[in-house]
Design a protein around this ligand. Structure first.
Ligand SMILES: NC(=O)c1ccc[n+]([C@@H]2O[C@H](COP(=O)([O-])OP(=O)(O)OC[C@H]3O[C@@H](n4cnc5c(N)ncnc54)[C@H](OP(=O)(O)O)[C@@H]3O)[C@@H](O)[C@H]2O)c1
Length: 309
């Protein structure tokens, strides 16, 4: 089968497409012929070496496709989506111990575009316990998780303030002083940008506000002054690691996919690349030029350049 293998840390060129033996499945695992593979933002940070990562022989974490084999024979032919911590998703065939059935009516592309972002957003909203009438700040609402967060918070009756790198958002986070432009009285912050200036948001928070720190899009962890949090009764919740992922996010996955199937949450797909163009797919995510998820499709063949005139 064809698969993408990572050779060291660095730019998109460290990802190479190779022929590899198909995986065999252990008891409890399903074997999946992949139809769509996600290229989430955090994978660009894993590839570059910014986030600590082992070097799996085959790269990638999120895929959807058709079950080829499983302990339960009735699963064969069913469409599933999987998230793996140990890599192996950028391939034509994947063996997975964790998987969720894709609801009828959703394609593999829609399922893999939404499964992780929508379940992270749902788990974050539930952890924050957002209530009607609260004011919620969603950073990077142009991103997959941010977009779902804004929608889910709005459904709970919250007033949503968004940041993004465009004029449609309430606050344009390309401005280095964007935190000064956030309105006062924020009850909940979904913090994904990070960096040394994150603490400037503390002055914008209502007493007893909650900050959910779940990302580092800027490449740096957020820094909050403990004195400012303490004096104002603010709760800082670090949302990451095996507990968040292994338990809360996975537990939210089936409900999140149901919200996609019923049209409550909408997966936005920017571009789909053949496996052979994996480096271009990573470059696209890093460029921040697109709106929506970047995917890989093993069935897609590289475009043949037009013959010279
Ligand atoms: N804790 C968890 O369980 C968990 C799980 C999955 C992902 N994450 C993290 O959640 C964050 C969002 O992930 P995602 O999949 O939603 O990403 P995404 O769909 O790729 O969206 C990211 C958005 O962030 C903005 N952005 C990119 N670089 C930025 C920067 N340097 N400063 C400010 N904004 C920037 C871009 O918006 P503009 O172009 O509009 O600026 C982009 O649309 C990432 O940090 C990811 O690692 C956390």
């Amino acid at each position: 089968m064809r698969a993408v293998v990572q050779y060291g840390s660095g730019g998109p060129e460290v990802l190479k497409v190779e022929d590899r033996p198909e995986p065999t499945r252990n008891p409890g695992e399903v074997l999946i012929r992949t139809e769509a593979i996600a290229v989430p933002f955090y994978e660009t940070q894993l590839r570059s070496g910014l986030l600590p990562a082992g070097q799996p022989s085959i790269f990638g974490h999120e895929a959807a496709g058709i079950v080829l084999d499983a302990d339960d024979p009735s699963l064969r032919g069913k469409r599933v989506v999987t998230m793996s911590y140990t890599g192996g998703a950028y391939a034509e065939v994947v063996a997975a111990s964790e998987y969720t059935l894709v609801p009828d009516g959703l394609t593999s592309a829609q399922a893999v575009a939404a499964a992780v972002p929508a379940s992270v957003a749902l788990a974050l909203i539930e952890t924050a316990d957002v209530e009607a009438g609260e004011t919620v700040l969603v950073e990077a609402a142009s991103g997959a998780i941010g977009g779902h967060l804004a929608r889910l918070a709005g459904r709970r009756g919250a007033r949503v303030v968004t940041t993004a790198g465009n004029e449609q958002a309430d606050v344009d986070h390309r401005d280095p002083d964007w935190r000064q432009k956030v309105p006062d009285g924020i009850d909940v912050v979904f913090e994904s940008i990070g960096g040394p200036r994150a603490g400037e948001l503390t002055a914008k928070l209502a007493p007893h506000a909650r900050i959910l720190a779940y990302g580092m899009l800027s490449g740096e962890f957020p820094v909050f002054p403990v004195a400012g949090l303490l004096a104002r009764g603010i709760t800082l919740i670090g949302f990451g690691g095996p507990d968040a992922y292994g338990k809360r996010v996975a537990a939210a996955r089936a409900e999140a996919l149901g919200l996609v199937a019923d049209g409550t949450l909408i997966p936005v797909i920017d571009r789909t690349y053949p496996l052979a163009e994996v480096a271009a797919a990573h470059a696209r995510v890093e460029s921040r030029e697109g709106a929506g998820k970047v995917l890989l499709s093993p069935a897609l063949r590289p475009s043949t350049p037009a013959p010279a005139a």
